[in-house]
Design a binder for this molecule. Structure first.
Ligand code: 6IA
Length: 148
C-alpha cells in the first residue's frame, strides 16, 4: 500500500515536527512516498532541485499512491492543489485538521470542508489518530503479516 503524505512547505514549516510524527504512524500502514515532508531540516527554501522537477515528481508519486493523507491546518497552496488532483483521480483523501481554540480559532477552507469526496478529521495530537488511520487505511502492516 502506498501513501502520499502532504504537508505545508512554502506555506510555512511551523508544523514540521507534527508532520514527522504523522509520517511515523503512517509508515505502520504502508510505504510513505513523501517522508521528507516531516524532516525539520527541509525549510521553505528546501531541496534545490528546481520547481518543475519537484512538481512533476510529486504528481507522479501522487498518481501512483493508493491514498492521500494531508495535514491541512497550515494553509498551503501546494497541499490544496494535491488534494484537488487526488479527488479528480478518484483517490481516497483524508485531511487532518487542528481547529485550535479561543483566540487561536482557525477555520478550514470551505473548498476542503465542503468537498464530499474528502474525509476531514479534527484532532489535537497525532497520538489520537490511530483509530482514524485504521478506519481509513485498514489494519497496520504487522497485523496483516501476522494474519497471512
Ligand atoms: O505550497 P507548499 O510548498 O506549502 O506545498 C507543499 C506540498 O507541495 C507538499 O505536500 C509537497 O508534496 C509539495 N511540495 C512542495 N515543495 C516540495 C518539495 N521541495 N519537496 C517535495 N514536495 C514538495 C520543495 C522545497 C522547495 C521549498 C525548494
Amino acid at each position: 500500500m502506498k501513501i502520499y503524505f502532504a504537508g505545508s512547505i512554502r506555506g510555512g514549516r511551523q508544523d514540521a515536527a507534527l508532520y514527522y510524527e504523522i509520517v511515523q504512524q503512517l509508515q505502520n500502514y504502508g510505504e510513505v512516498f513523501t517522508e521528507h515532508i516531516g524532516n525539520a531540516e527541509l525549510t521553505e527554501l528546501g531541496e534545490d532541485v528546481g520547481d518543475r522537477y519537484i512538481h512533476d515528481r510529486d504528481l507522479a508519486w501522487l498518481k501512483a499512491a493508493d491514498y492521500l493523507v494531508a495535514e491541512v491546518t497550515g494553509p498551503s497552496l501546494g497541499v490544496g492543489y494535491e488534494i484537488g488532483k487526488a479527488t479528480e483521480w478518484g483517490k481516497p483523501v483524508l485531511c487532518l485538521y487542528r481547529p485550535g481554540n479561543g483566540d487561536e480559532r482557525r477555520l478550514l477552507s470551505a473548498m476542503i470542508s465542503g468537498c464530499s469526496s474528502v474525509t476531514v478529521q479534527e484532532y489535537q495530537n497525532p497520538g489520537e489518530l490511530t483509530r482514524t488511520f485504521e478506519q481509513f487505511l485498514g489494519v497496520p502492516k504487522l497485523m496483516r503479516a501476522a494474519k497471512d
